[in-house]
Design a protein around this ligand. Sequence first.
Ligand SMILES: Cc1ncc(COP(=O)(O)O)c(C=O)c1O
Length: 400
Amino acid sequence: MSYSSGRHFLQIPGPTNVPERVLRAISAPTVDHRGGAFGRFASELLESTKEVFGTASPVIIYPSSGTGAWEAALVNTLSPGDSVLMFEVGQFSTLWADMARRLGLNVRFVEGDWRSGPTPADIERILTEDSAHAIKAVGIVHNETATGITARIGEVRKAMDRAGHPALLLVDAISSLGSMEFRHDEWGVDVTIAGSQKGLMLPPGLGFNAISEKAMGANKTARLPRAYWDWQSMLSQNKIGFFPYTPATNLLYGLRESLAMLREEGLENVWVRHNRHAESTRRAVRAWGLEVVSRNPDQQSSTVTAVVMPIGHSADEFRRVVLERFNMSLGSGLGKVADKVFRIGHLGDFNDLMLAGTLCGVEMGLAVAGVPHSRGGAAAAMEHLTAMAQQAQGTPAAVR
Ligand SMILES: Cc1ncc(COP(=O)(O)O)c(C=O)c1O
């Protein structure tokens, strides 16, 4: 293989770029994970991890990928045969429902077209109809990474309350936490599921469950078998800064650093930055004359933009050209939309110029791969980025 000069552009929607500061933190020597120093470090870390979830409740950290954290949320709160309400919004919501079935749950799966997600009104209607309260949990993906479709979790909670339904609210925030607004306590989420490799700017390998008091109550009577994922054995050890098995020590050092970075930038500023990059990307897509997968403007993701490939053109071939020619990885279409969609990840440790470079790469790639489009997408994005920067600087518009 020949050397590619310059840096690789990793524009998949996770794993994301790991910043130098985090890489350096991870490179510390391993220590005794049952020693006092580690216990003190982990106690502080477990406490400070709550902030990014917007919770005062316990947050559990597993040495796992996000899929493990999905399983943990289900087996700790539910019993065999329990009904769970889930929605088809893309590949990840489909996989989560599949997991729930394999665990012996009765999944009420609301089919979707992968272009839009459920509205709070849809959820309210279904729960109101369930007057016997057979549904024990609503499992919803905050940001469906395969399609770039989001759910408004605060509104979902209100819909559940309007229906007067006692189901638990389980939320997959794997590709939104640390990038998009998220408020576990304020939104009344019962279990928030997250992973390390997206907005938290770490390599893959940590899975998270933030747990409400109500979910903790459900845990006492839940009968699905669990061992590795058991919250109680984790929480009792966490009280003294330890874990029931070997934690991913060095990723935890990285987590301390990435949380410090998010705090230094300010979580709300992080959310605004992601919104700005997403809006700029959508403007680019529109200027190219292409379509964003997510049809409803109020359901469009701030971390990933999925783009529909013109009929008769292969998204995978386009991505191959972009990788070979411009050293940039774009996300593939997953499941039903394989080869029909490509995804631009714009999350994590990312800034305006990195986005401009990314969109230039996409635009040049479209031309090189012979995909029909109009020029000027990158320019449209730059115009928006410039206007936002001018607004932030207080520069009069006339200077433009
Ligand atoms: C929304 C969402 N849920 C679940 C997963 C699965 O997580 P993992 O691949 O870390 O197991 C992903 C992975 O990208 C995801 O984006």
